[in-house]
Design a protein around this ligand. Structure first.
Ligand code: HAX
Length: 435
C-alpha cells in the first residue's frame, strides 16, 4: 500500500470509530433549525453534511484543514525557484489533515505522473465532437468516457465488502486527478490550436506540466500562476453546487468518474464556475462597445447599470455564503500586483472592485456586493495569452477535482449513507402555517 493511502486508511479508521461513538451518544441532539425562508431559499446555511477537507466562514473565507490561503502559501512546499504552493501539497493536507514534507509532495508528483494516462478511446470520443463544442461539454464527456477504467465499479460488481469501499475509491480518485491535466490540455489544443498537442514534461510537477501542455506562455510566471490557481480553486466546503453534486451522486455508490462528471455539470452553470468566463465576456463586450480598453469610471458605472437594467447579474460579484471580498480574489489580486504591470484587463477588474459594490449595495437586496474568485481569475489568464474564455471553467474544474475527490474518499471511508433529504409540497407548508 502506498504511503498516502496507508496514512489515509489509518486516519479514516480512527475517525470512523470516533464518529460512531459520538453518534451513539448524541445522535438525537438538535444542531440546527430550518426556517421557511431557507426551505424556499436554496437551503442557504442549512447544516446537513459532513465535509472534512475545508470549511467556509462568511467573513474570513475559506480554510483548508484550518489553514487560510495566505497560510497555505507560507506552509505548503513550493517548487524550487517558485513561491506559490504546489497543489500536490494541498491535496495531501486535505486528504489526511497533515502538512506534507517536500519529499511527500515529490512522491505525489511522481505518483500522479505514473497514473496520468488518458485512454485512447477518450481522445477519440472528444475528437468526434464538433470542434466548436464548449470545452466544458468536452471535459464532461471525456471524464464520463474514462469511467471504463473505473476500479470501484468493477470491484463492486465482483462483490466487494462495504468495509473495502475506500480502497478502489482512493485508486479511482488518484487516477482521475492524475489524468485531468492531460485531458484538459488535449481539449485546449484541439479547440484552439488545430490539435497540435504538446508532449508532457516528466521533470515538472502536476500543475507545472499542465501549464506546459497548454502551451500558452513561456513565461515561468504562467506556471507559477497555474500552481496557485489550482490551489485556491480546489475546495470551498461541501455545500457549493459542484461539491454537493459530486457528494450526492457519490452517495449512491456511483464511482468517482460519474460523480465528478456530475459535479462538473454543476460547475458549468453561470451562477457557479462558468462565471469566470462570463466576467471576461462581459469585460470584452464593454471594451468593444466603448471602443477603448481604458474605460473611465463613469463608463464602467454606466455599463454596470445597463446590465442590471436588462435584468442580468454582474458576473463575478456576490456569493451565497461569503459576506466580504473573497480571499481567493485577494490572492489573485496579490499575484497580479506582484507580477503584472499596467495590464488593461487587470486594471478594469481593479476599477470594478471599487465601482460595482456600492451599485449592488444600492439595489438593497444583494447580500454580498463584493467580488468573488471569478471576478479576477480571467484577467490574469488574458494577460498571459489565455484569452479563450470559454475554456476557463475547465481550469476551475481540474482544480476542483482535488477537493471533491479527496472528500469522496472520506465519504466512502466513513461509510456515509445515501443522501436523501426531505421535500415538502406548498400545501404541506400552508397546513403547518395554519396550525
Ligand atoms: N448582480 C446582480 N444581482 C445580484 C448579484 C449580482 N452579482 N448577486 C446577487 N444578486 C441578486 C440576486 O439575483 C437576487 O435577486 P432576486 O431577489 O431578484 O432574485 C438578490 O440579489 C439576492 O441574492 P443573494 O441572496 O445576494 O445571492 P444568492 O445567494 O441568491 O446568489 C450568487 C449568489 C453567487 C448566485 C449571486 O450573487 C450571483 O448571481 N452572482 C453573479 C454570478 C457569479 O459571480 N457567480 C459565481 C459565484 C462564486 C462561485 O460559485 N464561483 O464558482
Amino acid at each position: 500500500m502506498d504511503r498516502l493511502k496507508e496514512a489515509f486508511y489509518i486516519k479514516s479508521l480512527e475517525l470512523k470509530n470516533e464518529m460512531r461513538q459520538v453518534l451513539k451518544e448524541h445522535g438525537s441532539r438538535k444542531m440546527d433549525e430550518v426556517s421557511l425562508q431557507q426551505i424556499f431559499g436554496g437551503m442557504r446555511g442549512v447544516k446537513s453534511m459532513i465535509w472534512e477537507t475545508s470549511a467556509l466562514d462568511p467573513v474570513e473565507g475559506i480554510r483548508f484543514r484550518g489553514l487560510s490561503i495566505p497560510e497555505l502559501k507560507d506552509k505548503l512546499p513550493s517548487r524550487e525557484g517558485d513561491t506559490e504552493p504546489l497543489p500536490e501539497g494541498l491535496f495531501w493536507l486535505m486528504l489526511i489533515g497533515e502538512l506534507p514534507t517536500e519529499e511527500d509532495v515529490n512522491w505525489l508528483s511522481d505518483d500522479w505522473e505514473r497514473r496520468r494516462n488518458v485512454p485512447e478511446h477518450t481522445l477519440r470520443v472528444i475528437d468526434s465532437l464538433p470542434i466548436d463544442t464548449h470545452p466544458m461539454t468536452q471535459f464532461i464527456t471525456g471524464i464520463s468516457s474514462m469511467q471504463t477504467n473505473g476500479i470501484f465499479t468493477k470491484r463492486y460488481a465482483e462483490g466487494m465488502s462495504k468495509s473495502d469501499y475506500w480502497d478502489p475509491m482512493y485508486e479511482d480518485a488518484m487516477n482521475l486527478i492524475a489524468s485531468l491535466p492531460t485531458l484538459a490540455a488535449y481539449i485546449y489544443r484541439r479547440s484552439y490550436f488545430k490539435g497540435e498537442h504538446i508532449a508532457p514534461d516528466d521533470t515538472l510537477d502536476w500543475a507545472g506540466n499542465f501549464a506546459h501542455m497548454l502551451g500558452v506562455s513561456d513565461n515561468p510566471k504562467f506556471m507559477s500562476l497555474m500552481r496557485m490557481y489550482m490551489t485556491i480553486h480546489a475546495d470551498h466546503e461541501g455545500g457549493n453546487a459542484s461539491a454537493h453534486t459530486t457528494h450526492l451522486v457519490g452517495s449512491t455508490l456511483s464511482d468517482p468518474y460519474f460523480s465528478f462528471a456530475a459535479g462538473m455539470t454543476s460547475l458549468a452553470g453561470p451562477l457557479h464556475g462558468l462565471a469566470n468566463q462570463e466576467v471576461i465576456k462581459w469585460i470584452f463586450n464593454m471594451v468593444e462597445e466603448l471602443g477603448t480598453n481604458e474605460p473611465t469610471d463613469d463608463q464602467i458605472r454606466k455599463f454596470v447599470h445597463e446590465t442590471l437594467g436588462k435584468g442580468q447579474v454582474i458576473p463575478g460579484f456576490g456569493h451565497a455564503v461569503l459576506r466580504r471580498p473573497d480571499p481567493r480574489f485577494i490572492a489573485l489580486k496579490r499575484f497580479a500586483e506582484e507580477n503584472i504591470e499596467n495590464d488593461p484587463t487587470v486594471n478594469i477588474v481593479w476599477k470594478m472592485f471599487e465601482i460595482v459594490p456600492p451599485i449592488l449595495q444600492g439595489l438593497g437586496k444583494v447580500k454580498n456586493p463584493w467580488p468573488n474568485v471569478d471576478a479576477h481569475s480571467g484577467s490574469i489568464l488574458v494577460h498571459y495569452g489565455l484569452d479563450q474564455y470559454q475554456y476557463y471553467t475547465v481550469l476551475f474544474g481540474v482544480s476542483r477535482a482535488l477537493g471533491v475527490l479527496a472528500s469522496l474518499c472520506w465519504s466512502r471511508a466513513l461509510g456515509m449513507p445515501l443522501e436523501r433529504p426531505k421535500s415538502v409540497t406548498y400545501d404541506w407548508i400552508k397546513t403547518q402555517l395554519a396550525k
